[in-house]
Every structure is written in structure tokens, then in C-alpha cells.
Write a protein that binds this ligand. Structure first.
Ligand SMILES: *Cc1c(COP(=O)(O)O)cnc(C)c1O
Length: 455
């Protein structure tokens, strides 16, 4: 029997609809609040930032939402993505568990992010938008949007967290190859950026600051809108093709997961693989355990408060109810840049409140160890973010071994690590530190949470 078993759906099985978990939840999501008045906002309030089609998806309640044909046409280049049975890893761990992984590194940008970037670029183009602004941390999201912008003829301006901009010139080069402009944030281009620079001329930047810059530019230009790579309902929606395909592929394998594992930064790849399975459970089907894995240096689900908070540092975005470390919280530097966000998607947060998912936090060195073990058995070198999911899956497989039971584990390998080799160099050289966040700073960030009467 082949060592790695690959389950491939043919192109005709590419999903026709995204899955909206809101339709199956026992209670509706909490309303979004205006940053000035702290009152619930309506769709029209979001129009300066997003095209109406995406706002409609943000508040949609129907279960299935059609994927436009031009989006499916682009998806077809790498979707359906492969599902693998990780037999060599199972053997290396000597576990009775069956381990499957869905591999999203096959997209042109190397991660799951194009699943939403392509959809967002399509709807913006349809609405007559000329230019998109966005932020990026590690550069995965900026690259994905640059790729999508190139396909749909949109200008893309990316505010990249300065420390990553300096450390990751290849990501920047990739964005520029696709025709996007990449700017180190904080920049002199925006009020938000200038304010930060006035106070902290050497600011390394943060996702919260870069979001403020991108939002400010979009709000001030009629031909420009803003695109976000995670957190929002419509972003999570677009990622559900991952789980929909995995259900069909596991059917080919004659299997169904007992445990689903994903890494969480803003929650989108996790939602993408997990929501279709959780939804099936809510509609009376089997209920797998679902585990979100996050970095212990930025632990929004395991340590955060479930509260209304801003999405950015400059407090330009609406408030959403989510697990948050506080919008002023700046996590210590670590290599999984895509996981350094203070908040968690409202839908993922709500699922945790409802007891439908569990969460765990891991140190970065334990995740790199897991990633190396995975690369040596399965060949693919995971992105540092994805290593958190690998770590979670291995932990569950070893638990099966110690309990002497076989369970089926499915995890999302959301991207490859080819642009993150410096992190691997540091790890192999023993130079990776597990830096804890400062408890005092976390408490100060909690104290700065907005006081919202609606809570
Ligand atoms: C952006 C990114 C993440 C974190 O974002 P989520 O919305 O939580 O998925 C994780 N992994 C990779 C590879 C990413 O590019």
C-alpha cells in the first residue's frame, strides 16, 4: 500500500456554494457596533469600506451561498485541494490513530488565503472599485490579495507591518511581482501612521496599526475599498470550501473525523475546515471534537475576554464581540506572524462560548519541533502558523496511543513554509526563544477595553 494516500476529487466536485454556519447556530451572532456611538450599525454603515455584495454576506442568514462562476473558475486552478492520509507520520508516532490532512499550500500564494482573496477581488471589481487597500503581517494575506488583484485588474496597496517588511523581503517581492504596492507600516501616508511615528519613531508596527492605515485610506477615497484577510463573517464563509471538500474526500476514504484540528490567528482557516463538520453536527449528524490551536504568546481564545472590542489600534473599525486581548495589546515577536492578532473571529468566539469548540495554546518551539517531525515523515514543510495545527494533531495522536484507542484525526495544513526559512534557520540553530507576553501589559490592555452598555 502506498505510504502517502492522496484523495483527489475531480474538478466537477468543486463546491458550488459556500456554507454559512449562522443558519445552524442556536443563537444569532451579536450585533456589530459603531466605533463612535457604540450603537448597533446597519449594512449601509459599512459601505465606505466594503462592496454591498460582501456586506450582504457579512449579515447573511441563509445556509448556502452560491459561489459565482468567475470565482469557481479561478478556484479550479488548485481546487479541490488534496486530502492526504499521513501514514508515514502515523508510523513515526506509532499511533493507532488515523491522521488526515487537507493541504492548502497548493494555491499560487502558498496558503488558504486566496480562497477569500479571489472572492473579495471579484465582488469589488463587480461593484466598480478601482483599488483595494489592506494590511498584512507575515505577508501571506498581502500576497494572496496581490495575486487576486492581478487576476481581476484591481490595484492593490498593502500596508505591511514594518518588522515583517524588513525581515521578509521575499514576500514583498512576491506582492510586487503580482503588481501590488507594498508599504512599511506605520507609514507617513496616513494620519494613523503619522500619529504612531510621532510618538514612536522606531515603531516596529503591528497588525492593528496597519489595519488603521488601510481603513483610513479606503474611507477617504471613493474608488478604493478595504479588504480583510480573516476575522469577518464573509471571510470565514469563503474558506468553507476547505471543509466541504474534506467531507467529500473523507467519504471517498470511507471515513469521518472524530477530531478536527486547526490553527487560529483570526480564525479563518480553522473555520474553513471545521464549520461544515460542526454544521452537520448541529443538524443531527456526528459531532467531532474540534480543537483550535493558538500561540501561547498571543492567546486570544485561551486567555482573552469575550467582549466588545475594536479591530484596530487606531479605533477606526466597528466594534465586534469576540475573544480579545485588548486592541492595545502588542504580542511579543514570534515567527508565526499570521497568528499575532489581538482578537478572534466573532463566529469562532461565539462557538467557543456555545461549547462547540475547544482551544489550546502552544509555545513556538514546540510547534517548530512538530513541524520538523511532520516534514521528515510527510515531506511538506509547514508554515510556522500551520505548525500549531500539526502540534495539536500529533498531541491527539499520541493520546490515542497512550489510551490504546484508534480515532480519526483531520487537520488543516493551511500553508507551506517556503517563505519562512529564516524561522527554520533560527530554530535549527537553537535561537528561537519562547517569549511570554507581559501579564502587566495584558491587564492594561484589558483595562482599555471599551465600556459597552449593551453587554
Ligand atoms: C494568515 C494565516 C493564518 C492565520 O489566519 P487565520 O485567519 O486564523 O487562518 C494561518 N496560517 C497561514 C498559513 C496564514 O497565511
Amino acid at each position: 500500500m502506498a505510504d502517502a494516500i492522496k484523495y483527489l476529487l475531480d474538478e466537477s466536485r468543486l463546491p458550488r456554494e459556500w456554507y454559512n454556519i449562522v443558519a445552524d447556530l442556536p443563537r444569532p451572532p451579536e450585533p456589530v457596533l459603531h466605533p463612535g456611538t457604540l450603537q448597533a450599525i446597519g449594512p449601509a454603515d459599512l459601505e465606505p469600506l466594503f462592496p454591498m455584495a460582501l456586506i450582504a454576506q457579512e449579515v447573511a442568514t441563509e445556509r448556502m451561498i452560491e459561489i459565482p462562476e468567475p470565482v469557481r473558475e479561478v478556484y479550479r486552478q488548485w481546487r479541490p485541494s488534496p486530502l492526504y492520509r499521513a501514514r508515514r507520520l502515523e508510523r513515526a508516532l506509532d499511533t493507532p490513530a488515523k491522521i488526515y490532512y487537507k493541504y492548502e499550500g497548493v494555491s499560487p500564494a502558498g496558503s488558504h488565503k486566496p480562497n477569500t482573496a479571489v472572492a473579495q477581488a471579484f465582488y469589488n471589481k463587480e461593484a466598480g472599485v478601482r483599488r483595494l487597500t489592506t494590511e498584512t503581517g507575515a505577508g501571506q494575506w498581502g500576497s494572496a490579495l496581490a495575486f487576486a488583484g492581478a487576476l481581476f485588474g484591481l490595484e492593490v496597496r498593502v500596508y505591511m507591518v514594518r518588522v515583517s517588511f524588513e525581515q521578509k523581503p521575499y514576500r514583498n517581492a512576491l506582492m510586487e511581482a503580482w503588481g501590488a504596492q507594498c508599504v512599511a507600516s506605520p507609514s507617513e501616508e496616513t494620519n494613523a501612521g503619522r500619529q504612531i511615528l510621532a510618538a514612536h519613531p522606531n515603531s516596529p508596527g503591528s497588525l492593528g496599526i496597519a489595519i488603521s492605515e488601510a481603513v483610513e485610506v479606503a474611507a477617504q477615497h471613493a474608488d478604493t475599498k478595504y479588504a480583510l484577510g480573516s476575522v469577518l463573517n464573509h471571510v470565514l464563509l469563503h474558506q468553507t470550501v476547505i471543509g466541504e471538500e474534506a467531507i467529500a474526500q473523507l467519504e471517498m476514504a470511507g471515513d469521518y473525523p472524530d477530531i478536527i484540528v486547526g490553527c487560529t490567528g483570526g480564525g479563518s482557516n480553522f473555520a474553513g475546515i471545521a464549520f461544515p463538520f460542526i454544521g452537520a453536527g448541529l443538524r443531527g449528524g456526528p459531532k467531532p471534537r474540534v480543537i483550535a490551536c493558538e500561540p501561547s504568546a498571543c492567546p486570544s481564545l485561551t486567555r482573552g475576554r469575550y467582549a466588545y472590542d475594536f479591530g484596530d489600534t487606531g479605533h477606526l473599525t466597528p466594534l465586534v464581540k469576540m475573544h480579545t486581548l485588548g486592541s492595545t495589546f502588542v504580542p511579543p515577536g514570534f515567527h508565526a506572524g499570521g497568528l499575532r492578532y489581538h482578537g478572534m473571529a466573532p463566529l469562532v468566539s461565539l462557538l467557543q462560548e456555545l461549547g462547540l469548540i475547544e482551544s489550546r495554546a502552544y509555545t513556538q518551539s514546540s510547534c517548530f519541533e512538530a513541524g520538523i517531525e511532520f516534514a521528515r515523515s510527510e515531506g511538506v514543510l509547514p508554515a510556522p502558523e500551520a505548525n500549531h495545527a500539526v502540534r495539536g494533531a500529533i498531541e491527539e495522536a499520541l493520546r490515542c496511543k497512550s489510551e490504546g484507542v484508534s480515532r480519526t484525526i483531520l487537520f488543516n495544513l493551511c500553508g507551506h513554509g517556503h517563505f519562512d526559512m529564516q524561522a527554520y534557520i533560527d530554530f535549527q540553530a537553537g535561537k528561537l526563544e519562547d517569549r511570554a507576553y507581559d501579564e502587566g501589559e495584558l491587564n492594561a490592555a484589558f483595562d482599555s477595553l471599551p465600556k459597552v452598555a449593551a453587554e
